[in-house]
Write a protein that binds this ligand. Structure first.
Ligand code: ADP
Ligand code: MG
Length: 400
């Protein structure tokens, strides 16, 4: 693994100013934060820096204000939630650079924390403008990036700053990079990947990269339909990208060439209408889907076979649910395979890493979130990692 500095490389920071990029892009409803997971993820980093005596300046974006001051997108909307999680008072500073920030730094005592305004109120943020980065850096002594979820963007606060100040990965960033390294960078083999979700078109780069990296590629969800159709299976009314048949074939060929075994389901759960517990619900072989039926989940035989595949593997990376899990009973395959993976992980037989917005929801629904080795909530950044892309925010830390 390429080396990057962590908080372990920092000694006493009394009086030093730490600029800390965190993720405060929190879901809100009626002015209140509905989920503080992201704050809790970075709390250890913030508190550790404060405990070392640093004056901690939090940097984050909130929404998409596109370079304008938009009052409804002030990051101060998250202030109460951040103070509650940290258990400490946090000063809000309505700027990210210049004399107002300088003044705030003068007022803060070692160990105090301040939150700077939404970085995206300034046009230079998303342009990664070196002048803006310089102006921000002028008020800091070190830079800590703890926002893996923003690391796929080369912005001033996620990339530019890392070149101007001694740069460190925060604890959450460090944990995420270690987990992803264990899953895909330098994994213990054999490695299985589960790729599910709605569409092949949204995950083409993921599939193309994974066939060269993993020993078993398990395809589920709507995307399995596209592969089955490419193989000549009649998938009826199923969600299916028929125009991607050649692409699906090419991915299967590439897998062949790379000795990656692709697993497609041989039984499926179908119904004539997409509703909870529909009267037309049945399980059948993939070759028996009627013209007026749609495939909404993998069948129990497929799940049993996939669980056996996982038993032979040491590492699992998972993105995408196996079925339309939001609607009962089309969550069955996802829940069952997730529980198998969780059990193997608990036994110490498997390292399991998962990510993706709906995937996290599905694994929570299955009640296994705590039993996986690591669950990434990073969304876009996690997917880009699965595509084999270099993330600018990570690369900048490695160079630092
Ligand atoms: P993630 O957000 O984890 O990357 P995706 O957004 O790619 O996952 O896919 C999740 C969606 O795929 C879910 O809303 C789920 O209902 C849908 N899905 C899975 N299987 C099917 C299927 N067979 N037919 C229709 N939709 C499906
Ligand atoms: Mg999704």
């Amino acid at each position: 693994m390429t080396k990057f500095r962590t908080l372990d490389d920092l000694g006493d920071l009394t009086g030093k100013v730490a600029l800390v990029r965190v993720d405060l892009n929190l879901p809100m409803q009626d002015g209140a934060v509905t989920d503080d997971t992201r704050v809790r993820a970075s709390a250890p980093t913030i508190l550790e820096l404060a405990a070392k005596g640093a004056k901690v300046l939090l940097l984050a974006h909130f929404g998409r204000p596109k370079g304008e001051r938009v009052s409804t997108m002030s990051v101060s909307m998250t202030l109460d939630a951040v103070q509650a999680v940290l258990g400490k008072e946090v000063m809000f500073v309505p700027e990210i650079a210049g004399p107002v920030v300088e003044q705030a730094v003068g007022i803060l005592r070692p160990g105090d924390i301040a939150m700077l305004e939404n970085t995206r109120f300034w046009k230079g943020e998303e342009k990664n403008d070196p002048e803006l980065a310089k102006a921000i850096a002028a008020n800091g002594d070190i830079y800590v990036n703890d926002a893996f979820s923003a690391a796929h963007r080369a912005h001033a606060s996620t990339e530019g700053l890392a070149h101007l100040l001694p740069a460190y990965a925060g604890r959450s960033m460090e944990a995420e990079l270690k987990a992803l390294e264990a899953a895909l960078g330098n994994p213990v083999r054999p490695v299985a990947a589960v790729v599910g979700g709605a569409k092949v078109s949204s995950k083409l780069d993921v599939l193309t990269h994974l066939v060269t990296q993993v020993d078993h590629l398990i395809i589920g969800g709507g995307m399995a339909n596209t592969f089955l159709a490419a193989r000549g299976v009649n998938v009826g009314k199923s969600l299916c990208e028929h125009d991607l048949a050649a692409t699906a074939e090419a991915i299967l060929d590439a897998a062949d060439g790379a000795s990656c075994t692709v697993h497609l389901p041989y039984d499926v759960v179908v119904s004539k209408e997409f509703a909870a517990n529909p009267p037309s619900l049945r399980t059948c072989n993939v070759h028996e889907v009627a013209a007026d039926e749609m495939i909404l989940d993998l069948g129990p035989l497929a799940v049993e076979a996939l669980a056996d595949v996982l038993k032979t593997c040491r590492t699992l990376v998972w993105n995408g649910p196996l079925g339309a899990f939001e609607t009962q009973p089309f969550d069955a395959a996802t829940v069952a395979l997730a529980r198998s993976a969780a059990a193997l992980t608990k036994e110490g037989a498997l390292t399991s890493v998962a990510g993706g917005g709906d995937t996290v929801a599905a694994l929570n629904h299955a009640g296994v979130a705590d039993d996986f080795t690591y669950i990434s909530t990073a969304g876009g950044a996690f997917l880009e990692w699965m595509e084999g892309k270099e993330l600018p925010g990570v690369k900048a830390l490695e160079q630092a």
